[in-house]
Design a protein around this ligand. Structure first.
Ligand SMILES: NC(=O)c1ccc[n+]([C@@H]2O[C@H](COP(=O)([O-])OP(=O)(O)OC[C@H]3O[C@@H](n4cnc5c(N)ncnc54)[C@H](O)[C@@H]3O)[C@@H](O)[C@H]2O)c1
Length: 296
């Protein structure tokens, strides 16, 4: 696999492009929104500088890594020479179904079509294409350049050869792949999202405040980040979308999203990406300040 195209230049798309460019792959990063593409390049450049400052990357490599990433709003041109396309567009089934139809029509016959979806059915996405054996889930964790795990999701028709190729690529670029079968939320979000939702319910019911809930899970359960802060990083709209997939997929109210989460998403308080969620984010996301909404 030599040429990688990444579709969607949001939180995950820019991390995935950064990761592969750091490992010497030319990457085309595609989005419908040219502003998102410009912002993604700025974010990648800032993150590379941070890695260099921490001694994780030779500073002289920063321009070279950046030069391997090309941005584009032209999907047909961006995928015509791809060996692997990683779709990381918004967590919305109709958006992804139409992208998989287009990717299938435009990409070379041998190209593997992967999705970074957090919860949607890989088998369903594959069914929109003429190459279901070459469709697979490649679920990176946020932030991509830091987190080791890639959850590899085998659709009902994904071939063993394609699964092996994706695992090999993950290993070659320093990630640890873990193969799972295709059921709603796979493993990562099937386990994580009910915990986040329960933390939001506890806040909603006034059991404890934002900081206390996060502190209890950090100090008590040795989680590096509390569930509310983690939700802000994932994006509250993404959390809501995943919970809805779990609720519908399993037909169980145990995944019903908390009304507070719905209100925050409707109000556009989506976490780090909009500057407000359970916390408020200025320039430095490390200095946490609880959102005014949750201060007594
Ligand atoms: N945020 C996380 O922590 C996280 C972790 C793992 C997986 N994911 C998954 O990764 C995917 C992307 O999530 P995100 O957090 O980066 O979302 P995001 O909202 O930050 O970015 C999504 C991007 O997709 C673009 N987009 C939408 N429709 C498009 C189209 N038709 N063609 C090209 N671009 C399009 C949007 O303009 C936007 O820039 C989702 O499937 C999500 O579930 C997210």
């Amino acid at each position: 696999m030599e040429h990688i195209s990444v579709i969607g230049a949001g939180t995950m798309g820019n991390g995935i492009a950064h990761h592969f460019a750091m490992h010497d792959y030319p990457v085309v990063l595609v989005d419908v929104d040219s502003e998102r593409l410009e912002k993604a390049l700025l974010a990648i450049s800032g993150n590379l500088d941070r890695q260099a400052a921490k001694g994780l990357l030779d500073p002289s490599r920063v321009p070279e890594v950046l030069s391997r990433i090309r941005i584009s709003t032209d999907l047909p041109a961006a995928v015509s020479g791809a060996d692997l396309i990683i779709e990381a567009a918004s967590e919305n089934l109709s958006v992804k179904l139409s992208l998989f139809q287009r990717m299938d029509a435009l990409a070379p016959a041998a190209c593997i079509l992967a999705s970074n979806t957090s919860s949607l059915s890989i088998t369903k996405l594959a069914s929109e294409t003429s190459r279901p054996s070459q469709v697979i889930g490649m679920h990176f964790m946020n932030p991509v350049p830091v987190m080791k795990l890639v959850e590899v999701i085998r659709g009902f028709e994904t071939s063993a050869g394609v699964t092996d190729a994706i695992c090999e690529l993950a290993k070659k670029t320093g990630k640890v792949p873990c193969v799972v079968n295709d059921y709603p939320g796979f493993i990562a979000n099937r386990v994580l999202m009910p915990m986040i939702n329960e933390a939001i319910y506890a806040l909603h019911e006034g059991v404890a405040g934002v900081e206390s809930i996060d502190l209890i899970m950090k100090l008590g359960m040795a989680h590096p980040m509390g569930p509310l802060q983690l939700a802000d990083y994932i994006g509250l709209d993404t959390c809501l979308a995943i919970l809805k997939v779990l609720e519908e997929g399993f037909g169980s109210s145990k995944f019903s999203p908390c009304p507070l989460l719905l209100n925050m998403v409707n109000a556009g308080e989506l976490g780090v990406k909009t500057g407000h969620g359970f916390y408020s984010y200025g320039e430095k996301t490390k200095q946490l300040k609880v959102s005014d909404r949750f201060l007594a």
